[in-house]
Design a protein around this ligand. Sequence first.
Ligand SMILES: [Fe+2]
Length: 216
Amino acid sequence: MNKNQIYSLWPIYIGEFYNPEHQEIKDDLINFFSEYEKKNPKGREGLNKENINLYESKYDLHHEKSESLSKLFNFFAKCFLGMSNSTNNKFISEMKEPKPNFDVKINNSWFIKYNTNGSVLPHDHGRCSWCCVYYVQIGEDATNENGSTYFLRPYQRRSPEDFGGKFYSSGGNATFKAVEGKMLIWPNFILHGSNPYKGEKNRIIVSANASVDIRN
Ligand SMILES: [Fe+2]
């Protein structure tokens, strides 16, 4: 006799990684961003309408010359690779020996300096497999509400109102507290944004979009 089943399908993976070198590079990154803003006072042309009360750099930060930025992007590359290896484990295990090597490519990267109450409304990113945010500076007063990053559940339409559908109508967003030196990685199609931060320091982050390909 066939057995009844309930399947759980399509998990969404969000990675959280901590940079052990953060304290070594933090001040240098902040100085670099400050100089960058002086040289490029307008920042990126054509700011997205979802950006509120903030300064955003151009999208090619990974081409800038800075030892601390290079260290940061090396850390990013390791984390993106870890995310790809982990989520694609099934496909990698099915590959013949010798297993291939993979190359991580940073397609775009930028920094954002939020002013008080600055925020970013929900949006998603372009063509890449993984996206990230890295918290360069945030006050100790950051919480799950104050200055956090949120992700919207990928299914939002026609939420049921009866109890039977409670699982699908509750928990429509997941919130992650900002912590200096922490990186969050998520798949490119997930809508996300940042909650306003009220604190004594500016909230400063670096974001990037990455692709991971098999090395030929
Ligand atoms: Fe984003």
